[in-house]
Design a protein. Structure first.
Lengths: 185, 292
């Protein structure tokens, strides 16, 4: 019972204090202390802001951007490399194709030229042979003509000689043989 | 006195001029000094590693991992790395300060080292250390700073008058009246009063932020004191573990809410175009909801 009275007494006392200074007073609000704490915390905030979080945060952000950029660059390079590889293989294939084309072209050209040359030589040969043949023919004709002329002369002289001599059967025979021999010789 | 339950307000140990130095203020100052020292070492590390473009080692490396982790969280809310970079120092500052202050309050000696001091005109034994967030002055200071910073961010992001138009929607009202569309005018009048309610919600933000943190940490301190008074050894251990967790959670909650406020302030509210507004509000809805 005594306790109860004491509690009630305390409660009224507290109410009186509250009435004196208000709710804020009961909770210990004191503007001087408030300003002092504000200053204290302000100092903490300022120091952390200035010397800790701002530089570290900036550095981290800088580093993040750097890493991001590096990764992006690496990706770009990889892409470029792949493109280059593709281009390279394509270029090589194209070059190979062109080279083989050139070679076949050259081969064709060469064989064509060769056959042409052969043909020409053959033709020339043939012409030479033909010319030689016609010349021989001509010579032959000429010599036969000449021989004929000579033979005719000889026959005439022989006949003249024979006619001048007395012709016997024996002599006749001899003569004919002689003549024939002469002709054949 | 067996159960010396800590009072709601921090006790004044002595005065420096007009400023009463309370035991919570002592803790806050300690935390501030620790952060200044840490910042000094970080700065030295930055000079050592960043200027030479060498991969950092040791504490700076650890800090970078933390910051990277925080960037992940910030990006989830802001969806914009540039914004995250702008918010990071504040969110990080809130988070680490609250976390450190909460954990500092769990160190042995807090609430158990006493000195003689004047309290309510009587000489009392007063604890020298008291968790900084068990002083509403501290949490209110942080909450006011958080909300004020969110307004500054908002003004910087979308311009003073357009930001003002979020709360005092005279611009929208004027546009609606010009359009001579009764439905639009009616909507604009309703929106105008909603804007005025928004002003009160800004005050509510400060109150909820500060009281949530204060209440949680103070309750933890009371719990630990009571338990330590009942059984001094072993029994309080699981509760201390719990308080470590609460310290982390409250730091996360405070900084995440601040982040959401920042993000909301820098977002352009629709309302110039009714179609546009629909799209925007549906996107904003999930961001608005977190109230822990």
């Amino acid at each position: 019972m005594l306790d109860f009275i004491q509690v009630a007494h305390a409660a009224t006392e507290a109410a009186a204090v509250e009435a004196e200074t208000g709710v804020l007073g009961t909770l210990g609000i004191n503007w001087k202390l408030f300003l002092a704490q504000l200053l204290n915390f302000g100092v903490v905030l300022f120091v952390l802001n200035r010397y800790v979080f701002t530089p570290v945060g900036k550095k981290l952000e800088e580093r993040r951007l750097k890493i991001e950029k590096a990764l992006q660059d690496a990706e770009d390079i990889e892409k470029e490399k792949q493109e280059f590889e593709k281009w390279k293989s394509e270029a090589v294939a194209a070059a190979n194709k062109k080279a083989s084309e050139i070679v076949t072209l050259a081969q064709n050209e060469a064989s064509k030229e060769k056959s042409e040359a052969l043909l020409k030589t053959k033709q020339e040969q043939e012409q030479v042979v033909r010319q030689a043949k016609s010349k021989i023919e001509e010579e032959k004709k000429k010599s036969v003509q000449e021989a004929k002329g000579e033979i005719a002369g000889m026959v005439t002289t022989a006949t003249e000689k024979i006619l001048k001599e007395k012709i016997t059967d024996k002599k006749d025979k001899e003569l004919i043989e002689k003549t024939v021999k002469a002709i054949t010789e | 006195m067996l159960l010396a339950i800590p009072p709601l307000q921090a006790e004044t140990l002595f005065n420096i001029g007009p400023l009463p130095i309370t035991n919570s203020y002592v803790n806050t100052t300690l935390a501030t000094i620790v952060f200044i020292v840490v910042a000094f070492f970080v700065q030295r590390g930055i000079k050592k590693y960043y200027t030479k473009n060498v991969a950092p080692k040791g504490f700076l490396n650890f800090l970078e991992a933390l910051v990277e982790y925080m960037f992940g969280y910030l990006d989830q809310v802001t969806a914009d790395r540039k914004k995250s970079l702008k918010f990071l120092p504040f969110i990080g500052g809130f988070f680490f300060f609250i976390l450190f202050a909460n954990w500092l309050g769990l160190m042995p000696g807090t609430g158990s080292i006493y000195m003689w001091g004047m309290h309510h005109g009587e000489v009392h034994m007063l604890p020298v250390f008291r968790p900084s967030n068990t002083d509403l002055n501290m949490t209110l200071a942080m909450a006011v700073l958080a909300v004020a910073t969110s307004h500054l961010f908002g003004i910087a992001a979308i311009g003073f008058f357009r930001y003002l138009n979020k709360f005092i929607k005279l611009g929208d009202l004027y546009k609606a009246i010009i359009s001579f569309n009764p439905v639009k005018i009616l909507t604009a009048i309703v929106e105008f009063f909603v804007g005025i309610i928004e002003i009160f919600s800004e005050v509510a933000k400060m109150v909820s932020l500060s009281l949530r943190l204060y209440g949680n940490v103070f309750a933890g301190e009371v719990l630990l004191t009571v338990l330590a008074g009942l059984v001094a050894v072993f029994v309080p251990l699981p509760f201390i573990a719990l308080e470590i967790l609460v310290g982390l959670i409250q730091a996360t909650v405070f900084s995440m809410l601040t982040l959401v406020y920042f993000n909301m302030a820098t977002m352009e509210h629709g309302g110039h175009d009714s179609d546009h507004e629909h799209v925007e509000t549906s996107k904003e809805e999930p961001v608005r909801t977190p109230t822990i």
